[in-house]
Design a protein around this ligand. Structure first.
Ligand code: THG
Length: 372
């Protein structure tokens, strides 16, 4: 049955949208009310390109929420459980956000643009509404808005050899999550060492939405000698690397401790932040679920399914798998998911109720071990 989703004007199109279509994109998802390319029809080829070479992908859906004004820094600190210490302009950080119940509501990358301007580069939930409501209720002197900036990711071991000739050799020295504002052939960019893969690479944040095609072509051309090709936030590589996918791996009860983000919670901070009291309680009581990996038996399974797969132990459900796929490097099916802490130790045998039937699986720690 050829079910299709209509492409209309109420969902945002990226400035690279036509380029992705020209490159042969076959699937989109919707993320932050934006079309997000998720496949070019060749999952293993796209994976290989990322792991062995270089891939470029459109993450316009990772919207920026700009906080600007005298209280921008106060608001930033109040919104996240992380202790930001001395914030350095030009040095980004991963800053999970929780609500007043201590539940994760987003896991943005923070970009301190200047002393009175901070961007939250967000995952899939409405942080603009959240941040502007909190700022308004607290009477803070800060503007909260979408600055219309669209990231283009260049990822893979050869990404540096594509981006350095284009932008400058200084990108070779950038620390992880560090960034700088620059221009390439008149295109205003923020260039960051970041991206949702563990293969290394950069994100080029496009600041002029009329120049998407031009930027796409420049990157593609610079990447030709290195075999660059189009890709998407990669389903298989992120599983292997144990990168969290907010909204896929998390549910309406997930707290940071369950999914390995406890290191971004500082309960000893003297200042208040959203969720502090709830997180103290959760921490004192101990977590009931844990985010783990699964090595899953059987023939190669297609990338996951439309639903979460129940995980059983001795016939009772102990959690769910939120994503699963064949891993070419591990040479096995793998998955990730949240299961009861009591049964989350590495080596425990479980059953994954996949679409195609019950599969034997073993619990492993994240990230997966990748053989050389
Ligand atoms: N790009 C941009 N914004 C984003 C994402 C992105 N916002 C939402 C989402 N993706 C954020 N999620 C992550 C999760 C992990 C990492 C990056 C984005 C990551 N983590 C490293 C790790 O786990 O090893 C480093 C963590 C650290 O140093 O603290 O890279 O893709 N623009």
């Amino acid at each position: 049955m050829g079910l299709e989703i209509s492409v209309g004007s109420r969902i945002r199109k990226s400035p690279f949208f036509e380029k992705t279509v020209e490159e042969g994109v076959t699937h989109f998802s919707i993320y932050n009310r934006t079309y997000m390319a998720t496949s070019y029809g060749d999952p293993i080829g796209e994976y290989r390109r990322l792991v062995d070479g270089v891939s470029m992908w459109d993450v316009t859906c990772e919207r920026q929420v700009a906080l600007k004004g005298p209280d921008a820094e106060n608001l930033t600190r109040y919104l996240t459980s992380r202790n930001l210490g001395g914030l350095n302009i030009g040095q980004g950080r991963y800053v999970p956000l929780v609500d007043y119940r201590g539940t994760i509501i987003n896991d943005p990358v923070l970009l301190p643009i200047s002393s009175d301007e901070y961007w939250l580069s967000i995952a899939d939930s409405d942080i603009l509404l959240w941040a502007s409501a909190i700022a308004g209720e607290r009477g803070m002197d800060v503007e909260v808005y979408d600055p219309y900036v669209s990231p283009l990711a260049v990822q893979g071991p050869k990404a540096v050899d594509v981006v350095a000739p284009l932008v400058g050799d200084w990108v070779r020295e950038l620390k992880y999550f560090a960034f700088r504002e620059t221009e390439v052939e008149g295109i205003p960019l923020v260039v960051a060492k970041s991206g949702w893969s563990k293969q290394g690479g950069y994100e080029l944040y496009l600041r002029d939405q009329t120049k998407g095609h031009q930027l796409w072509d420049l990157v593609k051309e610079a990447g030709q000698p290195h075999g660059i090709g189009p890709g998407c936030p990669n389903y298989i590589e992120r599983l292997e690397s144990g990168l969290l996918s907010y909204g896929a791996d998390t549910d309406a009860q997930t707290n940071p401790y369950e999914v390995g983000l406890g290191k971004y919670v500082d309960l000893d901070r003297e200042d208040e932040f959203v969720g502090k009291q709830a997180l103290k309680k959760i921490h004192a009581e101990g977590i009931k679920r844990q985010f783990v990996g699964f090595l899953i038996s059987g023939e190669s399974i297609a990338s996951s399914s439309q639903h979460r797969w129940p995980i059983l132990m001795d016939g009772s459900q102990i959690g769910f798998a939120s994503a699963a796929a064949w891993s070419p490097r591990i040479n096995s099916n793998i998955g990730v998911g949240l299961i009861e802490t009591a049964h989350s130790e590495a080596g425990i045998k479980v059953t994954v109720c996949a679409d195609a039937g019950a599969l034997d699986a073993t619990v492993v720690k994240l990230p997966f071990e990748i053989p050389e």
